[in-house]
Each structure stands twice: as C-alpha cells, then as structure tokens.
Design a protein around this ligand. Structure first.
Ligand SMILES: Cc1cc2nc3c(=O)[nH]c(=O)nc-3n(C[C@H](O)[C@H](O)[C@H](O)COP(=O)(O)O)c2cc1C
Ligand code: SF4
Length: 437
C-alpha cells in the first residue's frame, strides 16, 4: 500500500481559504485533459482493458468493477448512453458535491474517456434536485468543454457524435438507484425497474446504457494518464486506488478527505477529521446510513470493499463515515435513519413499504418510552423478513433499511433492551406474549 498524495482532490487545497473553482484554463494548466488525449490515442477496446486491469470498482455504493460493467454492453447496438449518477441523496454522503464544487472538469474528462471507450452518443449527468450550485457549475463547465471540442464532435475514427447534458432531479433518494434514475430521466416517476433486462442491455429510452457514479468516472483521467499498475499500487488487492471519504458527525473537522482504500477508520478520524468531539468514540456508520453500524470494538476497521464480510456491515457504501460519540442515543439515531427509509421507500414492494413503516412505528414508541419487551425481537424479525431471500424486493433500499436496524440491535442490544419496559395492568406485569402489538 502506498498513498503518495491526493489524486482526485489534487487541485483542492486542504485550507478552505485557498480553495477555488477550477475552470477550463486552470484545469488545462494543471494537466487537465491529458488523460483524454492519451485514452484517445489508444483503441477503445484497450481503454476498456486498462480500466479492467486497474481494478477500479464503482464508488456509488455497490463497488461493482467498472470496466467489467462496460463489457456488458451488447456489441454493435447503437445508440448507447451514459448516465452519470450525481443523485447523492444518502444521509452522510457529500463527496461528489465537494469534488464538483471545485473541479467539475475532472468529471467531464472522465465522461469523455468513458464515452470514447464505449462509443457513447449521449451522456446525461443526473444531478440531485437540491444541488442548484453544482448544476450551474456543471452547465458552465460543459459549455467550456463544448467550446474546446470535448463534446459535440465525433469520437475519433467514427461517425458517432457525443453530446453531454445535465438533467436535474426533483429530490428523491430512490432516484439514485440506477433504474429509478433511468425512469426519472425519462420523465416518469422514479420507480426502480425489475431486472432483467439490465440497463446495459435496455437502459435509458430502452437503449444500452452504462450508469456510473461521479467519483468512479472522475478516476478515469488519472488511470488513462498513469496506468493500471500505478492505480493498483494504492489500496488493497481487492480494493484498488484512492478514495474520497466524507466524515461527519462528532468530529472536530468534518469534511471530505482522500486516501487509499483500506485506511483504518481510526486513522481517518484522528489524523484527518481532528478526532472525536464531545466524548469518546462509540460507533460509526461506514458509508451512508444504509450500510449498518460499526461497533465500539470496530474503531480500527479497514475502510475497503471487504468491510462487509469482516465487520458485519452491509458494505463500504459511499464511504460517508458518520461518527457518534459516547453521548449518542443510538435508539433515537436509528429512529431517524428508519424514518428516512420509510419516507423514501417508493412503495412498490410490500416488504419494503410495510417493513420500513412498521420499524419506524416500533422505534417511535420505544423513543416515547412505550417500548415493550418483545419489541426487540419484533424489530429483528421485521428487519430479517425484508431481506429474507434474494429477490424479496426490487431494489437495495430495503436491504439498506434492514441492515441498519439489525446491526444497531446486534451490536448495541443492551442500549435498546434498557428502553423496553414490561406493560403493567393495575401494577402487575403482564407477559410480553399477552401484549397485543
Ligand atoms: C436506494 C439507492 C440509492 C442509491 N443512490 C445512489 C446515488 O445517489 N449515487 C450513486 O452513484 N449510486 C447510488 N446508488 C447505487 C446505484 O444504484 C448504482 O449502483 C451506481 O450508480 C453505479 O455506479 P458505480 O458502479 O460507478 O458505483 C443507489 C442505490 C440504491 C439502492
Ligand atoms: S425495495 Fe423499496 S424502494 Fe426499492 S423498489 Fe421496492 S419498495 Fe421501492
């Protein structure tokens, strides 16, 4: 493992007073668009091979290998689209916004490389509705890129013209799920689609479509310029490269920090985020609220794509780390998280629609001091039933909700059980079984 310094954030100084927006001239003067030139000097198939070799995995949450995903596009079927996922609506996640706030051209260069490699004719940047400033920044950067021929021309050696547009969302978490995003892009309600067909075969407007996260695509210029071995020299064998970590919650210096995958969470918190504030470390969410929780004894967890197997969480997710000190009421914290999922569930699948709503109701009554002893098992039962078998629900929102609940309960059972009181009638405890839910 060797992290020599920022790759994605190389133009963004740590000192907020020195930060600025890199426009076309600044970006070019600091090596911008060199990666695109290098990529365009190679046959498109070799660019795909390079991305596969680099080990780049998706930074949007699922960690799927980027180059491998590109190979799922059916051969010689055109037009093909690229949908850039800039929905970024998961609580605790703000890394893509930070990057685009300062360096929008790194994404545009990545889009141009992906579009060249895959013969894409239209790239849509699907941006969260609330990101007003970032939409404007991107529109201006796209105009600059058009003026300098990055977009609007033919891919070298083909008749395929590549255009790039910003498409603004309307503010729903579910539109970040890749097929919810496609529905929304098509002007419909953002309801995730049943798969197959997968987007690579029938995506936006029923055409082959690649969906990639902002950070994933922003890695491409550096990979094209410096090569696969350089990229793999950072991180771990299964989690290559640099990564943006957003740190929020009880820390002295919240923000977005770049380091290699595999960094210990304790190092990220203490060396970069200024240490835990207002008490001692108690727990942390590794990557957006859908990933579950790391316990008090998991402070040193390595933040890479193997975190799920090793530490009983769903995964690394977006690497948006939310830190909680020992003054935190985890019952209330979980209630807030579940309220979010209940509100954002699109309602198509019964286990998700009903499960999130019931878990929210049960947690509400526990917070109100009316929790019953059997509520602990009941919460577990509802959570497990939501993800009982693969295919129980259409998309991953239900998994996110149930992993949050079950890992909070598994890792901090006493904190929940202490809030559950036997129900009394006339001063006599009645058995939990006799209490109607
Ligand atoms: C409920 C839900 C919300 C999601 N939100 C986002 C998001 O805001 N941004 C994102 O890049 N991926 C999000 N994803 C993951 C996408 O479905 C998809 O895996 C990702 O955009 C693929 O890009 P990548 O391979 O570059 O990571 C979400 C998934 C789910 C289930
Ligand atoms: S799992 Fe939930 S959010 Fe996803 S499609 Fe089903 S109901 Fe909608």
């Amino acid at each position: 493992m060797a992290f020599a310094g920022p790759v994605l954030l190389k133009r963004i100084p740590a000192d907020p007073a020195q930060r600025k927006l890199y426009r076309w001239a600044d970006y070019n003067a600091t090596g911008g668009y060199e990666g695109l030139k290098k990529a365009q000097s190679m046959p498109p198939e070799d660019v795909i091979k390079l991305v596969i070799e680099s080990g780049l995995r998706g930074r949007g949450g699922a960690g799927f290998p980027c180059g491998t995903k590109w190979t799922f596009l059916p051969k010689d079927v055109h037009p093909r689209y690229l949908a850039v996922n800039f929905d970024e609506s998961e609580p605790g996640t703000f890394k893509d916004r930070y990057l685009i706030d300062h360096d929008p051209h790194v994404l545009l260069e990545g889009i141009a490389i992906a579009a060249y490699a895959n013969r894409i004719s239209t790239s849509y940047i699907y941006i969260r509705g609330e990101y007003h400033r970032q939409a404007r920044v991107l529109e201006e950067a796209i105009a600059e890129a058009y003026a300098h021929g990055v977009f609007g021309g033919k891919h070298p050696g083909t008749d395929i013209i590549h255009n790039c547009y910003v498409h603004r969302g309307a503010g729903a978490y579910i539109c970040g799920e890749e097929t919810g995003l496609l529905e929304s892009l098509e002007g419909k309600r953002g309801w995730p689609r049943i798969k197959p067909p997968f987007p690579a075969v029938a995506g936006a407007f029923a055409k082959p479509t690649i969906i990639n996260n902002v950070e994933t695509l922003s890695c491409l210029p550096a990979i094209a310029l410096h090569g696969a071995a350089w990229f793999k020299s950072m991180g771990t064998p299964s989690s290559a490269g640099p990564k943006l970590f957003g740190v929020s919650g009880h820390v002295h210096r919240p923000g977005v920090f770049e380091n290699e995958l595999g960094i210990k969470m304790s190092v990220l918190i203490e060396k970069y985020a200024g240490g835990v504030k207002g008490g001692k470390y108690k727990a942390a969410i590794p990557g957006g609220v859908s990933m579950g929780i790391l316990g008090t004894d998991q402070y040193d967890a390595a933040l890479d794509f193997d975190i799920g197997k090793k530490y009983n969480v769903l995964g690394l997710g977006t690497a948006g780390v939310i830190v909680m000190n020992d003054q935190t009421d985890l019952v209330r914290a979980l209630r807030n998280i579940v309220r979010f999922f209940a509100h954002e569930s699109c309602g198509q699948c019964t286990p998700c629609r009903e499960g999130t709503a019931w878990m929210h109701k049960i947690l509400n009554r526990i917070v109100a001091g009316l929790g019953k002893p059997r509520d602990f098992d009941l919460l577990m039962e509802v959570a497990f039933s939501m993800g009982a078998m693969p295919g129980t629900t259409i998309c991953g929102l239900a998994d996110g909700a149930n992993w949050a609940v079950r890992t909070f309960l598994q890792k901090f059972p006493e904190e929940f059980k202490a809030r559950l009181k036997p129900q009394q009638v006339g001063g006599v405890n009645i058995t939990p079984v006799a209490v109607a839910v």
